[in-house]
Design a protein around this ligand. Structure first.
Ligand SMILES: Cc1cc2nc3c(=O)[nH]c(=O)nc-3n(C[C@H](O)[C@H](O)[C@H](O)COP(=O)(O)OP(=O)(O)OC[C@H]3O[C@@H](n4cnc5c(N)ncnc54)[C@H](O)[C@@H]3O)c2cc1C
Length: 386
């Protein structure tokens, strides 16, 4: 392995490869990405549902999505690698007054940002989504540019494009420490299980493990690992394509087409922080029951695959895109709280701007600074968390 680089990116999930690509494309010098697993995207990225949506309740999340959706739409032209990407929309079912009020507020913000989202009254929901049990449904929102994409294509595409711009990607390399100057203030390298690498800049794209890695230099980045799980059914054609990613926010149930079957996800609100990513069978049963209640036709579907993975959750469900506290040359881009795949293009673009230009300009990301966690008034309140 090379023993020096200009910038070391730690972590080869969708965020790390996007950051490496955007840095390399902009001619940031020798960019080296280090991933401890055998393959890229084996952790949260490879276990995610692939959802890509702009329907958030905070403006910063919505802006991150819109910047990313622009990039996904011109993927082939820019990245020159295949991407399976289905813009079949996302539909949020609104089943109580509070949700209706909250989405009405969001709807105004979406209009202001130029999104042509649709508001569906119950009759329209029934017509457009005949598979939905309408109990309690007071309406729905739909945005046609939302949808889902293949996490593996996104990861491999960015990795290949990064290599074409001379970035180097090393697997099976675990970063075990950051090397600082004699004052303990400036990055001079990283320590790994394969030897040291000298560098003046390092970017932590370490997902659910970010608190541990940042802790190596005494900086607290409050990202917690929280287990989330997915079930994919066997081939299932009783719901006709194309149909949107359908979300029942009151239960957090969501489902969309996956490899001929249906991918079903739901969040266990009682889950506590930890690295356990084994599948919880009991909660899996609850997921299936909830899915069959909202879409009774799913009674005819047979579960085929199931898995769990880790969300990388911050206290306000927004990522950190910032310098690494007081450490000069240190940066962090993590804590996407279950939205990292959809925000990967924006994350790479904005981090390259922050690192190379001193400031992100495509979007103002001051709202994503690390310091917000020590000031409760700066915390965000994202209502549309699944
Ligand atoms: C069940 C589930 C469903 C999801 N659904 C969606 C969805 O629909 N849409 C969406 O946008 N997001 C979704 N997510 C969230 C999404 O997967 C994450 O936000 C995203 O993958 C985060 O990417 P990442 O690169 O930060 O993390 P990861 O993919 O976890 O990558 C971090 C990498 O850092 C490496 N690493 C850590 N420490 C070190 C070290 N010391 N040295 C070297 N390497 C290290 C890890 O091995 C890992 O590969 C879902 C997640 C789960 C679990």
């Amino acid at each position: 392995m090379q023993d020096s680089a200009d910038i070391v990116v730690i972590g080869g999930g969708c965020i790390g490869v996007s950051v490496a690509y955007h840095l390399a494309k902009r001619g940031a010098g020798k960019v080296l990405l280090l991933e401890r697993d055998e393959f890229l995207g084996q952790e949260s990225t490879g276990k995610c549902a692939g959802g890509i949506r702009a329907q958030f309740s905070t403006e910063i999340n919505t802006r991150l999505s819109l910047l990313s959706i622009d990039a996904f739409e011109r993927w082939g032209e820019e990245i020159q690698e295949p991407l399976q990407y289905w813009q079949w929309g996302y539909c949020f079912l609104l089943t109580n007054d509070q949700l209706v009020a909250s989405f009405k507020k969001s709807f105004e913000m979406w209009n202001r940002l130029g999104m042509d989202a649709e508001w569906w009254e119950p009759a329209e929901v029934e017509k457009r989504l005949p598979y939905v049990n309408m109990d309690g449904v007071q309406g729905a929102t739909f945005y046609a540019r939302d949808g889902f994409g293949d996490p593996s294509d996104i990861t491999q595409g960015y990795a290949k494009a990064a290599r074409r711009h001379d970035a180097v990607i090393e697997n099976n390399v675990e970063v075990t420490g950051l090397k600082l100057d004699e004052n303990g203030r400036e990055v001079v390298g990283v320590k790994t299980n394969q030897g040291d690498v000298a560098c003046s800049k390092v970017v932590l794209c370490t997902g659910a493990w970010t608190r541990d890695v940042a802790g190596l230099v005494g900086v607290d980045v409050p990202v917690e690992p929280i287990r989330r799980q997915i079930i994919v059914t066997d081939k299932f054609e009783d719901i006709k394509d194309p149909f949107p990613m359908t979300v029942d926010l009151s239960t957090t149930l969501y489902f969309h087409r996956e490899s001929g079957g249906i991918l079903i996800g739901m969040s266990d609100q009682t889950e506590s922080a930890g690295y356990d990513d084994s599948f919880n069978e009991e909660f899996g049963e609850q997921m299936l029951m909830t899915a069959m209640e909202r879409a009774p036709v799913l009674e005819n579907a047979s579960p085929k695959h199931k898995w769990a993975g880790l969300y990388e959750v911050t206290p306000d469900h927004h990522p950190v895109m910032d310098k690494l506290g007081h450490i000069r040359g240190g940066y962090v881009c993590a804590g996407f709280s279950g939205h990292g795949l959809m925000h990967a293009p924006a994350a790479g673009t904005l981090m390259a701007e922050l690192i190379l230009d001193g400031r992100a300009t495509s979007i103002d990301i001051s709202a994503l600074e690390l310091a917000r966690f020590s000031d409760p008034s700066r915390l965000h309140d994202e209502a549309n968390v699944i």
